[in-house]
Design a protein. Structure first.
Length: 526
């Protein structure tokens, strides 16, 4: 079956939906998403979205904080673009119906998180992402030019490779013509031909055992671009959020927002001692990488499975008013956060690297754009400043919309793409082969490619992953297409990219911390 459209958007978080809304007045948009429309990282965002709003904050301060956090690895042009365009895109979100909290005087209430020198985070209680997703979904559902295909899984993007040509990384002028998309309910592959294709497939958290990301975050977009011979960068910079609720067996791990540390919560060991001042002058409000490593180290020293986050010294009414969602969740687990300390552990949270894009969100492959967490714009460098990702997605969706619209008239649909070849495949005889490889991959990544790395650990991870890679490729070639198998394959590709790029880095910088190499001089200057 064939489907033709002007814009194919893969993914329905803030990046995909805001791009779709920007271009829909000018052409037909098809959004494909592998689950229900709202199942995405965006929906789980708690803390909020950054934008310079009131004095004494200003653009230079936000730029400075972002560059410092990025440890000398940010692209300053991308940082300036996002920071200076943020207020305009916040206005757009408000016009689409997003409600941010205000104080009694009618001014927006701004929160502060780790690494920020000012209060600049707009939020909706402690469930900002849910509010943003609600408003965007309601807008796209009403738009006559937008078709939404839920339970549709993008398998691969289409390039000259699908016209029978040999495509290598060095091939000039690689182009994208759309994607093969698996209709999960009918088990049929649809060939979607598009003038422009946008990958907005979110993060990679599920390659680790403990993650704040929902199960859809399996790095599909990054893996698809890797297979299509596009450029992927900065994959060694995986951000671990310092404070997810310690609740063994729960997936995804429930996040305890960093805004709680901004509000005054303090990290303590299990015997009640503060420890973060040992690692950073900002103490419990230090940037995320330092905090996660501090917690990791304290857990290793003590042999404990978690540390505590203590907010009990604050006014109980204020706690409940600011963090109603967290209060209720913890209460349901038997923890009254106004009286009890919260057990927390670091969890894989955000991928700072991804598909390399320019200032228009365009990848190294023509007619293919990557937005949001899937992309690497250069904004985050070696470490993302808290609450900078939702705004990055909004700004780059707008940049990409402008760019694609400027090229729309001169871009046609490609002919001659063959339908999906179902030949020679049958149902996998033993699903356990897939599920076991999935678990093994998560163990390998968590044990050897986590918060603290070393040459030895990375080499071991690579060897182990190669075995799983070979087994999974054999299965893929002989099995009927299934979401689980495709995701496993994608996650192995992403794990491989993280290991390879981590091995290439001969210094500790930002989120990439290795026992074998000291911190880079450049990072120390920041
Ligand atoms: P997502 O919102 O993850 O959307 C990805 C979409 O792609 C999903 O719809 C998914 O189903 C779809 N998809 C994936 N693969 C395929 C495929 N093969 N085929 C079809 N569809 C596919 N950032 C902030 O700035 N502030 C915060 O306060 C904040 N809090 C966070 C809290 C949590 C718990 C988490 C997990 C993240 C948080 N982040 C926060 C990060 C931020 O939420 C994400 O980076 C951002 O939402 C990513 O948006 P996105 O549109 O790129 O991807
Ligand atoms: C949080 O609320 O702590 C998450 C913020 C983020 O990941 O940017």
């Amino acid at each position: 079956m064939n489907l033709e459209t002007d814009f194919l958007v893969i993914g329905s978080g803030i990046a995909g939906l805001s791009f779709a809304l920007k271009v829909a007045e000018h052409g037909k948009v098809v959004i494909v998403t592998k689950g229900e429309i709202s199942e995405c990282n965006t929906q789980y965002a708690q803390g909020g979205i950054c934008s310079v709003t009131y004095e004494p904050d200003n653009f230079e301060k936000h730029i400075h904080d972002t560059l410092v956090c990025g440890a000398g690895e940010c692209d300053e042009e991308a940082v300036r673009l996002v920071v200076t365009r943020a207020p305009e895109l916040i206005k757009q979100l408000i016009q689409w119906g997003v409600k941010f909290d205000k104080d009694k005087t009618g001014r927006y209430e701004l929160a502060r998180e780790g690494g920020h020198s000012e209060h600049r985070i707009l939020h909706h209680k402690d469930n900002t992402g849910d509010e943003i997703e609600r408003a965007l979904v309601s807008q796209v559902k009403r738009h006559r030019n937008i078709e939404i295909l839920e339970h549709h899984f993008a398998v691969d993007v289409l390039t000259q490779h699908h016209l029978g040509q040999l495509v290598k990384k060095s091939t000039p002028g690689i182009e994208c013509y759309g994607a093969y998309v698996l209709n999960l309910k009918k088990q049929q592959v649809v060939t979607v031909l598009s003038r422009f294709t946008v990958l907005a497939t979110g993060g990679v958290g599920n390659i680790y055992h403990t993650t704040t990301n929902p199960s859809v975050a399996t790095g599909d977009g990054i893996a698809m671009v890797h297979r299509a011979k596009g450029v992927i960068e900065n994959m060694e910079y995986i951000q671990f959020h310092p404070t997810s609720l310690h609740n063994p067996g729960e997936r995804p791990s429930f996040l305890i927002t960093e805004a709680m540390r901004g509000f005054g919560a303090i990290l303590k060991t299990q015997d009640g001692k503060e420890f973060m001042h040992k690692y950073h002058p900002m103490g419990s409000i230090a940037p995320r990488d330092v905090t996660a490593r501090g917690i990791d180290n304290e857990m290793k020293i003590s042999g404990h499975d978690f540390v505590y986050l203590d907010v009990t010294h604050k006014d109980p009414k204020d706690i409940v008013a600011h963090f109603p969602n967290i209060y209720q969740k913890c209460l349901s687990e038997g923890i009254d956060i106004t009286k009890d300390m919260i057990p927390v552990v670091p969890a894989a949270h955000y991928c700072c690297g991804g598909v390399k894009v320019d200032l228009n969100g365009q990848t190294s492959i023509r007619r293919l754009y990557a937005l949001g967490e899937t992309s690497c714009t250069g904004l985050h460098g070696a470490n993302r400043l808290a609450s900078n990702s939702l705004i990055e997605a909004a700004v780059y969706a707008d940049q990409a919309a402008r760019h694609t619209l400027s090229l729309l008239a001169e871009t046609g649909l490609q002919e001659g793409i063959p339908a999906w070849d179902y030949e020679g495949t049958s149902h996998p005889e033993e699903m356990v082969l897939i599920t076991q490889n999935y678990k093994e991959m998560q163990q390998i990544m968590s044990n050897y490619v986590g918060i603290v790395r070393s040459d030895l650990r990375l080499a071991r991870a690579k060897r182990r992953l190669e075995i799983i890679f070979k087994e999974t490729e054999e299965l893929y070639l002989t099995s009927t297409l299934s979401q689980t198998l495709c995701e496993l394959r994608n996650m192995i590709a992403v794990g491989y990219l993280i290991i390879k790029q981590a091995q290439q880095k001969k210094e500790s910088v930002g989120l990439h911390y290795t026992l074998d190499y000291p911190a880079s001089v450049k990072a120390k200057e920041f």
